[in-house]
Design a protein around this ligand. Structure first.
Ligand code: CP
Ligand code: NVA
Length: 309
């Protein structure tokens, strides 16, 4: 595996090996203090970030390496320089690249033209680091992955939903997606078919419903993501709130999940929108464990792609 672009490319054993390495790194960080000595990570950003930027950079620092924050706004890319040339040039300097570009196609082009590993750190299609970190978090809280049911509620035509729809079935988890019956909020047909194909192999199930209660019924995990993803213009906000409100994760909806269900959100979160504060700030919420695990899983991802571990 040269790059980490989308979870559908991974086998169950590969996902589990990222998680196992992350568990060891988390338990024994001092053993990895020099693992990245003399290595450089390039972090290309076309969209904002808190977690991804800070956790990748901290991860490199803690392992003795260095990370460069490179914002597209201050680069010739797209104006005077192609993505192909960018990939070829930076491959002569750095050991590994993470890219948060708008378009997955562009990230793929970057990976095809780079001789060093490329990690998709969120695009319009994929957010693999997030979901690998989430699976680590679920395993910590539930003691296992296989056989669990995750309910995803809200805007389901996005990166986080897609990576969940691939990652869960690969490891044998069932996924139920609850979203409005509108093309704008529904996962694309080809994503649903791919997810079902992966589920068939592992014996898991994939359900897409327009009924929020049906979606959360008996779930072990209730997951939501922003209704205002980074690329959505502010003028869409009021209309989207109206359309997505039936899928808000609130205390009433949580009652339909299992009693011991946990609540997850990749963050950033807006209280009063995709979830209420009583849920995200309540006992069932594990959102900050999720955020922390980005650090550990990304260290594991970088070490594996560089074949150091
Ligand atoms: N969850 C996540 O990727 O957060 P950032 O946008 O802050 O990086
Ligand atoms: N779906 C969200 C995820 C943020 C981490 C977005 O694309 O903005």
């Amino acid at each position: 595996m040269k790059d980490l672009l989308s979870l559908e490319d991974l086998k169950k054993e590969e996902i589990l090996s990222f998680i196992e390495l992350a568990e060891d790194i988390k338990a024994n960080p001092e053993n990895y203090r020099k693992a990245m000595e003399y290595r450089t990570l390039l972090m290309i950003f076309e969209k904002p970030s808190l977690r991804t930027r800070v956790s990748f950079e901290t991860g490199m620092t803690q392992m003795g390496g260095h990370a460069i924050y490179y914002n597209i706004a201050t680069s010739p890319l797209g104006k005077k320089e192609t993505i192909e040339d960018t990939a070829k040039v930076v491959s002569r300097y750095v050991d590994i690249i993470m890219a948060r570009l708008f378009s997955f196609e562009q990230t793929k082009k970057l990976a095809e033209n780079a001789s060093v590993p490329v990690i998709d750190a969120l695009s319009d299609y994929s957010h693999p680091c997030q979901i690998l970190g989430d699976l680590l978090t679920i395993k910590e809280h539930k003691g296992k992955l296989e056989g669990l049911t995750l309910a995803y509620l809200g805007d389901a035509e996005n990166n986080v939903t897609y990576s969940l729809m691939y990652g869960c079935p690969i490891v044998g988890m069932n996924i139920k997606v609850g979203c409005p019956a509108k093309e704008e909020f529904m996962p694309k047909e080809r994503v649903i078919s791919k997810a079902k194909e992966l589920a068939k192999k592992s014996g898991a199930s994939v359900v897409v419903t327009n009924d929020p209660i049906e979606a959360v019924k008996n779930a072990d995990i209730v997951y939501t993501d922003s209704w205002m993803s980074y690329h959505i213009p502010e003028k869409e906000k009021e209309r989207r709130i109206k359309e997505l409100m039936p899928f808000q994760v609130n205390a009433e909806l949580m009652k339909h999940a299992k009693e011991k269900a946990v609540f997850m959100n990749c963050l950033p979160a807006m209280r009063g929108m995709e979830q209420t504060s009583e849920v995200i700030d309540g006992k069932q919420s594990i959102v900050f464990d999720q955020a922390e695990n980005r650090l550990h899983i990304q260290k594991a991802i970088m070490l594996k792609l560089l074949e150091i571990k």
